[in-house]
Design a protein around this ligand. Structure first.
Ligand code: SF4
Length: 322
């Protein structure tokens, strides 16, 4: 399988008033081309920082490793080279559309700016393209929409504008970070459908960062589970939900409220994720793991194949098991 993004040994550090935090630790991640990959985990697991840091969008004090995108190591690029790639080959869709839009510019001006920054078109051609785009994200009457300011649109409409701007230059990869979390439940399904349509019609590779396993089940081809700045499980989605291997993935699944559940049937994950201000000895999930063994507190488990199409980092699975 071909990759669109291949991350090797990524480390991301932050300097804080309490010392250094290592938000991402020795991370290896293969993002397949033309597929939707879900990246899941609790807040602070490093899922967002992994991607922000690669594209110069994080406040990290130090980022090291390798991240090959289209044959280029992103971490070797200058800020201006990264800016060129961002918006043209790679686009982001963030959780809060209002903070991603400029409140002082009308929507049309913002879309045109994105088009003209990366494409050699005349203004009328760019306007025509912007109108087509707005129609493709199901915004009726694009001419009227282009004259509006962000605050004159609903949250769902704002997110459609962000999605339109994300696809305007036909990127090879879209990174959608909790794209529906800030929206009303009734709008969430529409935005997810839109992302799925874009993937189908343009074969765009998509990374979907989410805490919502339901979204993963609905949209993703592959799943990556992160915990404490590392990957603990990677699986093909069709097998993930019926064959959860890592105790953290099992705990995440058990903590999801089901439709017919009452309060007593919920199983929140006990304890808290570790504070990443020091090197962790052994498995980072050990203090919360119901299957912890002596080896888990002294030896860090490696990512190994534990079943066809499933990798996990856990001592329950000896090296070479399948
Ligand atoms: Fe639990 Fe040990 Fe596996 Fe970590 S390595 S998840 S502590 S069994």
């Amino acid at each position: 399988m071909e990759s669109i993004l291949n991350i090797q040994d990524l480390n991301v550090h932050f300097r804080t008033t309490n010392g250094q935090i290592q938000a991402v630790r020795r991370l290896n991640l293969f993002i397949p081309k033309n597929k939707i990959t879900g990246v899941v985990g609790e807040s602070g697991s490093g899922k967002t920082q992994t991607f922000l840091s690669l594209f110069g969008l994080s406040q990290a004090s130090q980022v090291s490793g390798k991240a090959e995108f289209n044959g280029v190591d992103l971490l070797s690029l200058s800020k201006s080279e990264l800016n060129k790639i961002r918006g043209r080959d790679i686009s982001f869709v963030f959780q809060d559309p209002m903070s991603a839009l400029n409140p002082y510019m009308n929507v049309g001006a913002q879309i045109l700016e994105t088009i003209l920054a990366h494409q050699s078109l005349s203004k009328p051609q760019a306007v025509h393209l912007a109108e087509e785009l707005l129609l493709s994200v199901k915004m009726n009457d694009p001419r009227a929409v282009m004259k509006k300011y962000p605050h004159q649109l609903s949250g769902g409409q704002q997110q459609r504008i962000i999605v339109a701007m994300a696809i305007v230059n036909e990127p090879k990869l879209i990174i959608a970070d909790e794209p529906t979390t800030a929206l009303d439940v009734s709008i969430q399904a529409e935005i997810l459908e839109l992302i799925q349509d874009i993937h189908k019609s343009h074969s765009t590779s998509i990374v979907l960062i989410t805490h919502d396993l339901g979204v993963v089940a609905q949209l993703c081809d592959y799943v990556t589970v992160m915990y404490a700045g590392q990957i603990v499980e990677q699986s093909i989605t069709s097998q993930f939900f019926s064959n959860l291997k890592h105790p953290y993935s099992q705990a995440l699944m058990a903590s999801v409220p089901k439709f017919d559940m009452n309060q007593d049937d919920l199983f929140p994950i006990p304890g808290q994720p570790p504070v990443l201000d020091h090197e962790i000895k052994g498995c980072p999930f050990a203090p919360r793991c119901p299957h912890v063994m002596a080896v888990c507190t002294v030896k860090e488990p490696s990512m190994i194949s534990v079943a066809p199409n499933i990798m996990a980092a856990c001592h329950l699975y000896p090296q070479g098991a399948s």
